[in-house]
Structures are given as structure tokens and as C-alpha cells.
Write a protein that binds this ligand. Structure first.
Ligand code: HEM
Length: 421
């Protein structure tokens, strides 16, 4: 059978969810809590890493003899690793996502990393986002809600949180609307690298083929979009090569789409399963920011990342050898009981405290302001337009699932239908 990414019998979204552990790993949190009780850092079996790397790791099929793997579990341990990019290198991604995306900023270390990151950072500042918020995010959110607001019921994952963030990124790149569906498909296939390598590589090639004429055109006629920003960017007087631009764009798709869809879904799940908090939020929109932060703390969309130790060092007193893999378990750190009371509870009334969903240090999420804007606008619009929003009581066992990538697979809801104008 053809492996083509256009194959009709293959649904990359279903495949992706399944392979990330959806349905297999329902709740990894108790296991991390048990490990945390033993200490802030623990050495784990490299074979566990191969399992985990199916979703996120730098060493897919290879576990070199003698490879040591450490998991950082507490807030302080994970923060220390993220902050110190010199001791904890991101270069390991070259062997996983880098193979399929190309050489992106995700796998670069200082000083190369900041030179490349600076080229696009200004497109993601709060100030630059103001235009995208009014011209793009709000109308897109409105258009998706229009499709179900009159129905009185919807699946908020399939009809809202899944499709809308990728549409935003595709618009920011100014891709023609008729191409958005296949762009989304390629994005998902590229992210599925850990379990469908051939398909991911094929999608990566297709993205390059597809983008090449667009990049050439933007070099000649630049506009206010992300591809033009990269096409015009210069490092030491040199324009970026097409391959460098493709690597950036292959990263921005998954980084922008996967995470935001999962974060907003997890937040909605938290609210729908805690109706008193949902009602409080409906009555006082001043709580929206706190609700978003709590959603990200409680159920971050990606629960673990990777670094490689560049020298013999220690984290929270635990010695770590040069060359060891260091996993940063954000999911565990965000439920550190020395920092948050009853961390397993979703509670939008907690006193505000920084969490680690966006990481820290040099690789801290480039798109965090965009993600926050998308969630804020999306959540407010749902609250404005869907009165008496609630989980469908007929829905069976709605829950968040997955080990590294987490989200509910569906959110069936009921609400008072909007009457036709
Ligand atoms: C709620 C949604 C999001 C979450 C929780 C999130 C989380 C993260 C995290 C934890 C990292 C660090 C990864 C590492 O160092 O290994 C990261 C990096 C990154 N994120 Fe996000 N992200 C989100 C949304 C977005 C959006 C909307 C974009 C924009 C397109 C984006 C673009 C990026 C990029 C380009 C990087 C690489 C930065 C670097 O290596 O310097 N992210 N993100």
C-alpha cells in the first residue's frame, strides 16, 4: 500500500493521537508523584526513554551502550535545567525532530540559537500581535463558532480547538485558504515522526516542494507575513537559504498548532468538569487570565522535553555525567506539592505563581503571547456566545489522555442555541 500522505484510508489525526499514548496512558501523574517522593531527580532506565521517545525524544531506535538517562521532576530541578542552556544542550533534537524538520532553532545552542531566534522574535512580541488579534484571531474564532452556535450542541475539540490554531498559523504565513487543510495534514504528519518516520519524511519533502515557489515569490514581493519576514531576514549580510527557511516553517506549524489546540482543550475540560468555576468565570471575565494559567499548570499540552548534559554536573545535588540525557518533566514540575497546595486540583482561584508549561531560559516558547491571545479570545468568545455551556450528560467518560502529548479526544457540549438573525 502506498505510504503517500494523500492516502485516502489514512487519518493522520487519529494515528497521531493513538501513537502518543491516547487510550493507553490515561493518567501519568500518580507515577510522577511517586517518583517525586523519592527525590527531585531520578535516574531512569534508558529503555523507558525509547518508549517515551516515540513521542518526544532525541534517541529513537538507538540506545547507545551505557547511555544514562535522568528525569528531573521538581519545579526547581526542571527550572535549573531549562535555564542553563550551556550545561544542558538542546542538540539532541537533531536526532529526532531535526531529522524531519531540518535544522531549526529548537536544536540550536548559544550563540547560534539567539542569532536565528532574533530573526523572527519580533513577529511574536505582544505589540506585533495586536494586529493579528483583531484582524485574524477574533474573526477566525467567530467563524468557527458560527458553524455550531445555532445547533445547541457541538464537539468543541473537533469543531473548534483542533482546527482553529493551525488556521491562525497558516494565515500568519499568508498561505492560500484552499491549502490550509493539506498544510494541517503535513503538520500532523511531521509531528508523527516517532512512529511513522517514512510518512513524516515524505510530508517534510512535500512542505519544501510546496513552499519553494511561495518563498521565491515573497523574496520578490514581501508582505507583512511570517514567510516574508524570513525571506527578507539577513545574518551577517547574507539572506537565509531556502532550507533554513523551510526548517523554521516546519517548526512553526507543529509548535503553533499542536500545543495551542491541546492547551485550550485541557482548559475547557477543567472548566466543564468544574461547573462552579465555569459559572464564576462567566460572571467575572477578570478571571480569564488566571483560568488560562491554571489550565497550563494543571494539564500542560506537552509534559516532557529533553536536554543533553555537556559536562559533569549536578541538579539538586544529584550528580549527572557528561553525555547523559536529561528529561525535563514539566508535567511533574507543575504539580510539585512544595509549590502548590493540592496540585492535582484544577483551581482558577489559586494565588498566581509561574508554571513551566512554556519552559524557561533561552528556548522559552517563542509563541507564548500568541498562544495566550488565542486562548483568551477563544475562551471569551465561547463564553459570550454559548450560554449555559455544559458537558453533554449523555457523553461517556470524557477525559484527558496521553503521556507526553495530552488532550481530551472530544468535548461534547450542550448550550442554548443562538437564534438565527
Ligand atoms: C499553549 C501553547 C504552547 C505551549 C504550552 C508551548 C510550549 C513550548 C515549550 C515548552 C517550548 C520549549 C521546548 C524546548 O525547549 O524543548 C516551546 C518552544 C517553542 N514554541 Fe511553543 N508552546 C505553545 C504555543 C506556541 C505557538 C502558538 C507558537 C507559534 C508559532 C510556538 C512556537 C514555539 C517555537 C518556535 C519554539 C522554539 C523556541 C526555541 O527553541 O528557541 N509555540 N514552546
Amino acid at each position: 500500500m502506498t505510504q503517500s500522505s494523500e492516502a485516502a484510508d489514512y487519518d493522520p489525526f487519529e494515528e497521531f493521537d493513538r501513537a502518543q499514548g491516547a487510550g493507553r496512558v490515561r493518567d501519568p501523574y500518580p507515577q510522577w508523584a511517586a517518583l517525586r517522593r523519592r527525590g527531585p531527580v531520578c535516574e531512569t532506565d534508558a529503555r523507558d526513554l525509547v518508549q517515551a521517545s516515540k513521542a518526544d525524544g532525541p534517541v529513537n531506535d538507538i540506545t547507545p551502550e551505557g547511555l544514562r538517562v535522568f528525569a528531573t521532576l521538581s519545579y526547581d530541578a526542571v527550572s535549573q535545567v531549562f535555564r542553563d542552556g550551556r550545561t544542558f544542550s538542546s542538540s539532541g533534537y537533531a536526532q529526532s525532530m531535526g531529522v524531519v524538520m531540518g535544522r531549526s532553532i529548537l536544536q540550536m545552542d548559544a550563540p547560534e540559537h539567539s542569532r536565528y531566534r532574533d530573526l523572527i522574535q519580533r513577529s511574536f512580541t505582544r505589540r506585533s500581535l495586536a494586529r493579528w488579534e483583531s484582524e485574524l484571531i477574533s474573526p477566525q474564532v467567530g467563524a468557527y463558532i458560527d458553524r455550531f452556535a445555532g445547533r445547541g450542541r457541538a464537539d468543541l475539540v473537533k469543531e473548534f480547538t483542533f482546527p482553529f490554531p493551525v488556521t491562525v498559523i497558516a494565515h500568519m504565513m499568508d498561505l492560500p485558504e484552499e491549502d490550509h487543510d493539506r498544510f494541517h495534514r503535513w503538520v500532523v504528519e511531521i509531528t508523527s515522526f516517532g512512529f511513522a518516520r517514512e510518512r513524516a519524511m515524505e510530508a517534510s519533502g512535500r512542505v519544501a516542494e510546496y513552499l519553494e515557489p511561495i518563498v521565491e515569490e515573497r523574496r520578490r514581493n514581501p508582505g507583512p507575513d511570517l514567510i516574508s519576514t524570513l525571506a527578507e531576514a539577513e545574518l551577517d549580510g547574507q539572506r537565509l537559504t531556502n532550507e533554513e527557511i523551510f526548517a523554521f516553517l516546519r517548526l512553526l506549524g507543529p509548535a503553533g498548532a499542536e500545543t495551542t489546540y491541546r492547551s485550550l482543550s485541557n482548559l475547557l475540560f477543567g472548566l466543564l468538569t468544574n461547573p462552579a468555576q465555569l459559572r464564576a468565570l462567566q460572571a467575572d471575565r477578570g478571571l480569564v487570565q488566571a483560568a488560562i494559567e491554571e489550565g497550563l499548570r494543571w494539564e500542560p499540552p506537552i509534559t516532557g522535553f529533553m536536554r543533553i548534559a555537556t559536562r559533569d554536573t549536578e541538579v539538586c545535588g544529584v550528580p549527572i555525567q557528561a553525555g547523559a540525557v536529561v528529561r525535563t518533566l514539566v508535567g511533574s514540575a507543575n504539580r510539585d506539592e512544595t509549590r502548590w497546595e493540592k496540585p492535582e486540583r484544577f483551581d482558577i482561584f489559586r494565588p498566581p505563581k509561574p508554571h513551566l508549561a512554556f519552559a524557561l531560559g533561552p528556548h522559552r516558547c517563542l509563541g507564548m503571547h500568541l498562544a495566550m491571545a488565542e486562548m483568551r479570545i477563544g475562551l471569551n468568545a465561547l463564553l459570550d456566545r454559548l450560554p449555559h455551556l455544559r458537558l453533554d450528560p449523555q457523553a461517556h467518560d470524557v477525559h484527558i489522555t496521553g503521556e507526553i502529548f495530552r488532550a481530551p479526544r472530544s468535548l461534547p457540549v450542550l448550550f442554548d442555541a443562538e437564534s438565527p438573525i
